[in-house]
Design a protein around this ligand. Structure first.
Ligand code: KIV
Length: 296
């Protein structure tokens, strides 16, 4: 594939063009040269909200990093949006490592967190550690994320003992979809909310550096964020948590069918790309492309 970066004929210097960000973005990037788990804690202490998006490939990671995103999550949502599976369960560790390595090659500043896929950490702590080590060594990632609370306690401990930063994930945990049967809002009842709060406190005590809360009432998101000293990052967890995460394909409008209330779409890339491709097809069919300037 020929890109602006490696095509000697290209009239635009991709690096130069990319560095012309808005001054707000430049200021944000200037504040922290590199985002670390320590920086995220400082952000929480200072009341600065943390921005996080998913990424699965080099080109997108490069743009998101250049825009000044704080955290990139190589989510197992790759199973849905990249591979077209109905759930996150089928994606393998090898596939996650490939996605993660591509993302790491695209970033300069962002913290890269990688999901441990289903089946690579639940069975025993040694398996969890081996999976995490592969992600850190083979992809060059900075941290891992896994789903669950007390039931994954030993795995979390084992990974942390090896010096690998762990991000927790509570609330709606898509890897357990067949146990719950629906993607509805979690922890609406006080008993489940208390259990989630206890799990959050446990994950912090074990040494997790941050926690993702998915699809829970905003009031519970607030309680958890106030209770914990580690950053709490929400997706459908309301405005009071310490940061927000979205799946990049959803916020850019590359996906069409997924429309939960928490999703804000910033673009309709599905329509934009479809329109551009239709134009290209028309140009090829009509012999308008390539024109005199576009040939040798
Ligand atoms: O895999 C993923 O994209 C995630 C986010 C929804 C937090 O876990």
């Amino acid at each position: 594939m020929s890109t602006a970066q490696n095509d000697p004929d290209s009239s635009t210097n991709a690096k130069g063009a990319a560095s012309e960000g808005s001054s707000d973005a430049e200021k944000r990037k200037g504040r922290y040269r590199r985002i670390t788990t320590h920086v995220l804690h400082e952000m929480k202490e200072r009341g600065e909200k943390i921005s996080m998006l998913t990424a699965y490939d080099y080109s997108m990671a490069r743009i998101l990093d250049d825009a000044g995103i704080d955290v990139l999550l190589v989510g197992d949502s790759a199973s849905n949006v990249m591979a077209g599976h109905e759930t996150t369960l089928p994606i393998t560790l090898d596939q996650m490592i490939d996605h993660a390595a591509s993302v790491v090659r695209g970033i300069q500043r962002t913290l890269v967190v990688v999901d441990l896929p289903f089946g690579t950490y639940q069975s025993n702590p040694m398996r969890a550690l081996d999976s995490s080590i592969r992600i850190m060594k083979e992809a060059g990632a900075h941290a891992i994320k896994l789903e669950g609370g007390r039931e994954v306690k030993k795995s979390v401990q084992k990974i942390l003992e090896a010096g690998i930063p762990v991000m927790g994930h509570l609330g709606l945990t898509p890897q357990s979809i067949y146990k719950f049967g629906t993607y509805t809002v979690r922890a609406k009842e006080e008993e489940e909310a208390e259990r989630l709060l206890d799990d959050a406190v446990l994950l912090e005590k074990l040494g997790c550096f941050a926690l993702v809360l998915e699809k829970i009432p905003a009031e519970l998101g607030k309680r958890v964020a106030e209770r914990l000293t580690i950053p709490v990052i929400g997706i459908g967890a309301g405005p009071h948590v310490d940061g927000q995460v979205l799946v990049v394909h959803d916020m850019l409008g590359l996906t069409k069918e997924f429309n939960p209330r928490f999703l804000r779409r910033y673009l309709d890339l599905y329509a934009t790309i479809k329109g551009a491709v239709e134009d290209y097809i028309d140009d090829v069919k009509s012999r308008d492309f390539p024109n005199k300037k576009e040939q040798y």
